[in-house]
Write a protein that binds this ligand. Structure first.
Ligand SMILES: [Zn+2]
Length: 301
């Protein structure tokens, strides 16, 4: 595929989306290449180019390939291969690229589009940040959460996808961090809930196999709050759903495997959305557990 062809077919939006950047309706976004408080990164969909207007930023202007190059930091050749991956085509010899090098690459197995992150390592770093940030400390205090009993992290801007967020680890059945949830602490009217791409894992983790009593909460913060209540966490296992539409196949699998389950409590918000969700969840859970009793608590009603 020729570079011109790639440039015609690959939109700048596709590239931004891949890196977790969503421009606003004026095609502005927070610049991923400097610590950008107000969006100063302009996107031009017609020409598939961008420009960062900040004087403290070296991103300047460029097209979709240059954007990838800045993100990946592996040179133009790799950026072109990545661009082809984003278009869903097998990397092949590209005009204008050193032949020897690209032949080597095309005979190699194509890399998966989504890079695997070591979330264990990332989360450990973010856990250290929370102690250093007065804003983060103030926010968790306001939500009555504490790092004494909870695993919490904070990401100011280092990790691109979850900026200004308190970070909660999502874990697989081996208790390994496999993705993350971020709750934004800024109050600028934008979204509050963020997940890393390819969300997987459960919060605070898979319930113990011998669980007899299980509380399912509507949100991760609700689960964190309950985990701090010793009277509850000693008697119940707690598992967070991901909102009112957040009983995922992974949750279902985990619940189905609990062979000693006697009681499930649905801990939903007392608003209409919470009540509707409780009704829907009760039905799905009854199917999973062959008629096990569940009851609903509306803690906030
Ligand atoms: Zn910038």
């Amino acid at each position: 595929m020729e570079i011109q062809e790639i440039k015609q077919q690959l939109t700048i939006q596709t590239v931004l989306h891949h890196y977790g950047i969503t421009p606003d309706k004026n095609n502005m976004a927070q610049c991923p290449f400097h610590n950008d408080k107000t969006p100063s990164f302009q996107i031009y969909p017609k020409s598939n180019t961008y420009c960062c207007f900040s004087s403290n930023c070296s991103a300047g202007t460029g097209d979709q390939i240059q954007f990838i190059e800045l993100q990946e930091k592996h040179g133009k050749h790799q950026a072109i291969l990545k661009a082809q991956e984003l278009l869903g085509v097998q990397p092949e010899n590209t005009n204008g690229i050193d032949k020897g090098e690209s032949q080597k690459t095309s005979s190699a197995k194509p890399k998966p589009i989504e890079q695997e992150h070591d979330y264990e390592q990332i989360f450990t770093k973010l856990q250290q940040n929370i102690r250093k940030s007065p804003d983060a400390k103030q926010y968790i205090k306001k939500r009555n959460l504490t790092t004494d009993s909870l695993e919490l992290g904070y990401n100011a801007s280092g990790y691109r996808d979850l900026r200004n967020c308190i970070i909660f680890p999502l874990k697989d059945k081996h208790n390994k961090v496999v993705s993350m949830y971020g709750r934004s602490i800024t109050n600028n009217g934008t979204a509050k809930h963020y997940y890393t791409k390819n969300r997987k894992g459960l919060y605070p983790g898979y319930p113990k196999p011998d669980t007899r009593k299980l509380i399912l909460t509507e949100s991760i913060i609700d689960a964190a709050t309950l985990l701090q209540e010793e009277s509850i966490s000693q008697e119940y296992e707690v598992l967070a759903l991901y909102g009112t539409n957040g009983l995922t196949p992974e949750h279902k699998g985990a619940i189905r495997n609990l062979k000693h389950l006697k009681e499930i409590v649905l801990w939903m918000d007392g608003d209409r959305a919470g009540e509707k969700a409780a009704e829907k969840y009760r039905e799905s859970i009854t199917q999973l557990t062959c008629g096990e009793q569940s009851r609903t608590i509306n803690p906030k009603s």
